[in-house]
Design a protein around this ligand. Structure first.
Ligand code: PDD
Length: 295
């Protein structure tokens, strides 16, 4: 018997809220058979959806790019996710939202016309990053980016990301930073990548080879607001290896400092000064957002 309290969570599935253990989907769902779907992960601070317009826009872009019908209006998406937040006690949460192309009884790579998308969403408590990571950072290895050429779509098809994460684990690293066939850094397995060189924050430009991260965008805005020099520019492996700081950013972790790369220290081997500054500014930004929403 699984007594994990997580199983007492309420999830949303196709129009209904229900306990997670009771939520069931068809084995003929194209998400299950083909990984034919898209998703979003949205942080919630003080019970408020953070950067919701940006997450919703990216969701709509992913649906459009994959020709999956957007099943709800913007107002309906907001209503759905707000109700889900209300059903859980945690102040900080993160929402996982997945839309697949729907159920097709005859398995066929070519989707039938008129399928009804499957909508699934749940919320989890959003845990603070551990003191150990704040103090010591994380380790990463570099790996060839083995993914497809549409990484700007937030697709549920994550097998390459999982394989690369497993390789990192086998090599006793926390994560992997990915290098494209052209020799440029793309991103992490589930995060965007930044480096700091001589005080300037650098991240690769958006395009098909990486996800346009919402946290990445917020970090850029915060950097500009606080006069931290910021560039969108291709990063080579040599740039990465000689960086003063490396960060990985995502909605569930903000920016994490990478302090070991391929078994060598990054900069001083401790979270860097620019990261420390950004951490403070980012927290201030979140608090300002919470205050704004309360008004
Ligand atoms: N992942 N790049 C990839 C490949 C990602 O999977 C993610 C996020 C990001 C960062 O995007 P954002 O800042 O919008 O979260 C970049 C989520 C958290 C996940 O898959 O759980």
């Amino acid at each position: 018997m699984n007594t994990n309290p997580i199983t007492e969570q309420i999830v949303y599935l196709n129009g209904q809220y229900m306990p997670m253990l009771e939520s069931k989907i068809s084995t003929q769902d194209r998400g299950f058979l083909f990984g034919d779907g898209v998703y979003e992960v949205i942080p919630v601070y003080d019970r408020k959806l953070f950067a919701f317009p940006e997450h919703l826009q990216r969701l709509k872009n992913s649906l459009h790019a994959t020709s999956i019908q957007n099943p709800l209006t913007d107002a309906e998406w907001l209503e759905l996710l707000s109700t889900l937040i209300e059903k859980h006690p945690w102040s900080d949460q993160y929402i996982y939202l997945q839309i697949t192309r729907g159920i097709q009884i005859q398995r066929d790579h070519l989707p039938e016309d008129g399928l009804i998308p499957t909508i699934y969403a749940y919320s989890n408590p959003l845990k603070a990053v551990s003191d150990d990571i704040i103090e010591n950072g994380i380790s990463a290895i570099t790996l060839e980016d083995i993914r497809w050429l549409n990484c700007d779509i937030k697709a549920i098809t994550l097998l390459p990301n999982i394989m690369m994460k497993l390789t990192a684990k086998a090599r006793h690293a926390d994560d992997a930073i990915l290098v494209s066939r052209e020799g440029f850094i793309t991103e992490g397995t589930s995060s965007n990548c930044f480096i700091v060189k001589n005080g300037t924050l650098i991240t690769p430009p958006n395009g098909h080879s990486l996800l346009p991260g919402v946290t990445r965008m917020v970090i850029e805005r915060v950097a500009i607001a606080h006069n931290i020099p910021m560039l969108e520019q291709q990063i080579t492996l040599t740039d990465l290896e000689s960086a003063d700081e490396i960060w990985l950013s995502s909605s569930t972790k903000d920016a994490l400092p990478v302090t070991r790369l391929n078994d060598s220290a990054v900069g001083t081997g401790k979270p860097g000064a620019v990261w420390q500054k950004m951490r403070g500014f980012y927290q201030e930004h979140k608090l300002a957002f919470i205050d704004e929403q309360a008004e």
